[in-house]
Design a protein around this ligand. Structure first.
Ligand code: HEM
Length: 421
């Protein structure tokens, strides 16, 4: 028998202005329970927060309810369509073929330039620092652009920041004008990036290296010059935009939490890399705001905590990590890196379903860049603590209110004073 499901009379922020969509969905859940629908912008959204529904969510076959299409529908509110057409690099293949060793050197080089930029003493805004470093770490790893302090590197970062697809869920209300503008600013930024990557390709053909960028270049070896240069640039741009959704913010939270927990920071500073990775997972868990969604391609039955429901083609199914990650079991509200063991929660059995807590996802869509991201965060955090004495001029980190998706950006400036040790 198909269950009757309550409907929340709310809208989603890309359809109508909603100041704090996470709070609005939290209130709907408090009123209606773990399973409810939202009709917004002509589409039905099935929200699931209970153990049965969330477990079923992660188990859905991509051909029946697609993450790829759900992501594309979200991102095209900010990114021009041509960026998605003709891509030859699937991030899964990129990561599976290349071992960690192929990018560790690039990460170290990016961190070195970032320290060079900081100098010996001063103050910085934590998330601005982590964002710039995230760009450098990524572009050195898959963009063939070695970290530098050259002003042209700043221009490159500016172009990525203008294009930034994650604004579709970080600031969905502020992004509503983009489609009407014909993606004019985004197209100009993309053109600037294509020109820059054509140079990177030319430099690379003189000195081939077997790294992630080399793997992208190889995929276009049969194409004519213009098609190849544009294809490589767009492959790199899409991978890099994917990295901008979460990596720099997770790094910011990891460092920020450590500065607020000096005893744990001392252990990381003493060289405990296993602990550093646990800290990265713990901060990511707490800061996760990801809206996980799937676009329904075929009518299907979905198990929920209210019974089986019939979802139909054109609907979306979704859950929101901000409403489960810190509340699915007692104690999850606290920062405690020791709850992690080998990238899993030690007592996942205490959860009604282990899928109720997610950092890099579950099931077939688990983040392919998890090993890279953890390596990057551990390297950057450990090196920063090792090199500098750091004093946080903030006592808490709060997520920005309008964001619905990805790891939280910080609502307020998190200023850190630093001095070489
Ligand atoms: C701390 C950093 C990161 C976090 C917390 C994170 C988190 C996630 C999560 C939760 C998912 C699953 C989403 C779902 O099931 O709907 C995911 C998927 C994905 N992530 Fe990440 N991610 C991170 C870094 C990156 C980076 C650096 C890249 C690319 C360079 C990347 C590329 C992807 C891709 C392509 C997928 C889709 C996989 C698929 O559809 O099968 N991620 N990520």
């Amino acid at each position: 028998m198909v269950a009757a499901i309550p409907r929340a009379d709310i809208a989603l922020p890309w359809d109508e202005p909603v100041e704090d969509p996470v709070a609005v969905l939290a209130a709907a859940r408090a009123a209606l329970g773990d399973t409810f629908v939202v009709d917004s912008g002509g589409r039905r959204w099935w929200f699931v927060f209970g153990p049965i529904g969330v477990r079923a969510f992660y188990a859905i076959d991509e051909r029946i309810a697609s993450k790829g299409i759900a992501d594309w529908e979200m991102l095209r509110r900010k990114l021009p369509d041509e960026l998605f057409v003709g891509r030859r690099t699937l991030p899964h293949e990129l990561w599976s073929r290349h071992a960690t060793a192929s990018y560790l050197q690039a990460l170290d080089a990016a961190i070195a330039v970032s320290f060079d930029e900081l100098g010996s003493t001063g103050s910085m805004e934590l998330f601005a620092w982590s964002r710039r470093l995230g760009h450098r770490m990524g572009l050195a790893s898959w963009g063939g652009i070695w970290p530098s302090r050259d002003p042209s590197f700043g221009d490159l970062i500016d172009a990525f920041d203008r294009l930034d697809g994650s604004m579709a869920f970080v600031d969905p209300v502020g992004t509503r004008h983009v489609v009407a503008s014909g993606h004019a600013d985004e197209r100009a930024a993309l053109a600037a990036l294509e020109a820059r990557f054509a140079t990177a390709v030319a430099e690379r053909s003189a000195h081939p290296i077997d790294d992630l960028f080399g793997a992208i270049v190889d995929r276009w070896s049969d194409a004519g010059d213009d098609e190849r240069d544009r294809g490589i640039a767009r492959d790199v741009v899409l991978v890099h935009l994917g990295s901008m959704s979460n990596l720099f913010a997770a790094l910011g939270w990891t460092v920020g939490h450590l500065l607020l927990h000096p005893e744990t920071a001392d252990q990381v500073r003493a060289g405990d890399r296993v602990l550093a990775e646990r800290c990265a997972l713990e901060s990511t868990r707490i800061a996760q705001r990801s809206l996980m969604s799937r676009a329904v391609l075929r009518d299907t039955d979905l198990d929920t905590d209210r019974g089986v429901v019939r979802v139909t083609k054109g609907d979306s199914i979704a859950t929101l990590l901000a409403l489960t990650n810190t509340s699915a079991a007692p104690g999850l509200g606290a920062y405690d890196p020791s709850r992690w063991e080998k990238r899993r929660l030690r007592d996942a059995s205490a959860l009604p379903a282990r899928e109720l807590v997610a950092t890099f996802g579950h099931g077939s869509h688990t983040c392919p860049a998890q090993p890279f991201s953890l390596a990057a965060i551990v390297a950057a955090t450990s090196s920063l603590l090792d090199r500098y004495d750091l004093i946080p001029r903030f006592d808490t980190i709060l997520p920005v209110r309008g964001q619905i998706g990805g790891v939280a950006r910080s609502r307020e400036a998190c200023v850190v004073e630093y001095r070489l040790r």
